[in-house]
Design a protein. Structure first.
Lengths: 338, 286
């Protein structure tokens, strides 16, 4: 059985790699609208994956994840417009600062939030997210208030000008791939395994001697750091940073994307992100009632596909196994791990 | 700062708190009874305002608009609870997400039916005047908001404390399993409370429409404030919701007047702190 699990896992990795190669080949050859759309979806999906570390692997549903994207994005925008910093090779420093500021914010917020669980965790992350939103909305002198901050230019690396859509797409794409690889390594590591143990049964992990608080706290900080990273990319993708990026609806979007694709799968969140951005920005140009489609997809997913789109193959397999075994002695289907 | 400033701001804060009480009390009861974090509560508020507008446009009666809107939204809430939330069972995350899905659907429906324009609900002329007292002018409408909240709050309190169904609701909040054990139909209580919560939110939406306006996006703008009320006061407690609403209303007004740059921060940071230290809220039932 373990051998079978191994091969199925390798197939999954190959499928993801193939999809990434396909995206890298197809997207640059489409029009600028689709390139920007894909860039947005990729930048945002780093946030969705960071949320999935909490939601899918640790069992903590956060309603304030957009705050980390927000601080990363505001940092980028403020440095770029007020100090002309991060528009050349120093962009890499901004990327690092974004990760640090996201992680630092999570380190502070985590002290308050990690003790809570279930519904209370939802509520406290909502409150913390609103704190950041409130500052962005009201602190005019720093954040530009309601209007936000416009970034007039993207970084230039010597001859490479990122205001070129394709060049910028590849930058986001590469950073996305690295993030995906890092997060995948994280959730497969012993640390990630312990997180899954906490998700399944925290008390047992405590009895086994794990410091579950510390595990959750570290996961929270890592998620915040990736959130900050996605914010840096988002600022240059959108060209504007405003309180809308931190609004409750944005956090909720991230959560829905993760659930739509399938929580606890990382790539599920990416799929969810592409579907939602696709519907929102493409379907909305075609029909006025696009939001019904989105709303109905959400409602149907939650009602009928609790494991998300990534859970569909497994459900089909189970159904087939059940039908195939009708009449035969009952056989245990291989349990779905991770 | 003159005396006048403090009196006027306190009055404004009080009236805003009255509105938040209408919104927050229902949310608090829903959470207390069902443990549902209802993210479509802001939508009920907004839809209440829109339905009231339609009633006013067709009949011209503001007085009629209030009960019609509140009952219509209560019915929507009831359907949502029966058809979608109840079968889901107890799963906080799925419940939350489901209510968000509905919030998006309501948002689109409101946009289709009532367009994206900003509207105001104009109350009868008798309520639009101001009363002068001690050299200060107090809009009568704000006094009306306070009075409505007082009446509703008192009615709710009497219903909860003095009636049989109120006792059943309190029992369900305290321990749903035990309540079922002694023969209380907690499923029916949930249905009733969810509809009541929607009713109160819509009522708030109609009354708030004369003061905040009715416009797309109001739903998610007001929702976090409702949660602040519920959390500061304590989930599932009516008295807590009243005190929470008062505190949020006053904090919001004085915050915006005294230190505008951090005004929302001073609202939500205490909310987070209270949650971290005492998750049941300042006045929540243990």
């Amino acid at each position: 059985m373990s051998e079978r699990a191994m091969t199925s896992n390798q197939t999954k990795i190959l499928a993801v790699l193939a999809a990434l190669v396909a995206v890298a080949i197809v997207v640059p050859n489409t029009n600028s609208f689709l390139i920007l759309l894909a860039t947005r979806a990729l930048a945002f999906s780093i946030l969705v994956m960071s949320l999935d570390i909490l939601l899918g692997y640790t069992g903590l549903a956060s309603l304030g994840q957009a705050a980390y994207l927000g601080v990363g994005a505001y940092l980028t925008a403020i440095l770029a417009t007020k100090y002309q910093f991060g528009l050349g090779y120093d962009f890499w420093l901004v990327l690092l600062f974004g990760i640090m500021v996201g992680g630092a914010l999570a380190a502070v917020f985590g002290l308050l939030a990690i003790r809570a669980s279930g519904v209370y965790f939802l509520m406290i992350t909502l409150a913390l997210g609103q704190c950041v939103w409130g500052l962005a909305y009201r602190w005019n002198s720093l954040t530009g208030g309601d209007n936000g901050i416009n970034l007039r230019q993207r970084p230039k690396f010597g001859a490479i000008d990122l205001s070129n859509e394709v060049a910028f797409f590849f930058l986001v794409f590469v950073i996305f791939c690295i993030s995906l690889g890092l997060m995948y390594t994280l959730v497969r590591s012993p640390f990630g395994r312990s997180l899954a143990g906490i998700r399944e049964r925290e008390l047992r992990m405590k009895i086994l001697g794990y410091n579950t608080w510390l595990h959750k706290y570290i996961a929270f900080i890592i998620a915040g750091a990736f959130g900050g990273l996605s914010g840096v990319l988002w600022a240059h993708t959108a060209g504007i940073v405003s309180p809308i990026n931190i609004e409750l609806t944005n956090s909720v979007d991230a959560l829905l994307m993760a659930v739509l694709g399938g929580a606890g799968t990382l790539v599920g969140g990416v799929i969810g992100s592409f579907i939602v951005f696709g519907l929102r920005e493409y379907l909305s140009t075609l029909v006025p009632w696009w939001q019904y489609v989105l709303g109905i997809i959400y409602v149907l997913t939650i009602l009928f596909l609790p494991t998300g789109l990534m859970g569909i193959p497994e459900r089909i397999r189970q159904r087939r196994a059940r039908n195939g075994n009708a009449g035969k002695p009952k056989q245990l289907a291989p349990a779905a791990t991770s | 700062m003159s005396m006048q400033f403090w009196v006027v701001q306190a009055f404004n804060g009080l009236s805003y708190g009255a509105l938040l009480f209408l919104l927050g009390s229902g949310l608090s009861l829903i959470f207390g009874v069902m443990r549902i974090v209802n993210l479509s509560h802001g939508s009920y508020f907004l839809l209440g305002g829109y339905v009231a507008l339609s009633v006013i446009w067709t009949t011209g009666s503001w007085v009629l608009a209030i009960p019609v809107a509140a009952l219509a939204i209560a019915f929507i809430g009831l359907l949502m609870e029966r058809i979608f939330l109840r079968p889901l069972g107890f799963d906080p995350l799925r419940q939350v997400l489901l209510t968000v899905g509905f919030a998006f659907l309501f948002q689109q429906a409101a946009l289709d039916i009532w367009s994206g324009n900003n509207f105001d609900i104009t109350p009868p002329a008798a309520l639009t005047r101001s009363v002068e007292a001690g050299g200060m002018y107090f809009p009568l409408y704000r006094a009306f908001m306070i009075a409505t909240a007082l009446v509703i709050g008192l009615g709710l309190w009497l219903a909860m404390e003095k009636t049989r169904i109120g006792a059943a609701v309190r029992a369900t909040v305290d321990d749903a399993q035990m309540a079922r054990g002694v023969g209380i139909d907690t499923s029916r209580i949930s249905m009733f409370i969810f509809a009541l919560g929607a009713f109160l939110a819509a009522l708030g939406g109609v009354i708030g429409g004369g003061f905040l306006g009715v416009y797309p996006g109001l739903d998610f703008e007001i929702l976090p404030l409702a949660f602040a009320v519920v959390i500061i006061g304590g989930m599932g407690s009516l008295g807590g919701a009243a005190i929470g609403a008062l505190m949020v209303g006053l904090a919001d007004n004085f915050g915006k007047a005294l230190f505008p740059e951090v005004s929302y921060f001073t609202l939500y940071a205490p909310m987070a702190l209270i949650l971290a230290i005492k998750p049941t809220g300042l006045f929540g039932r243990e």
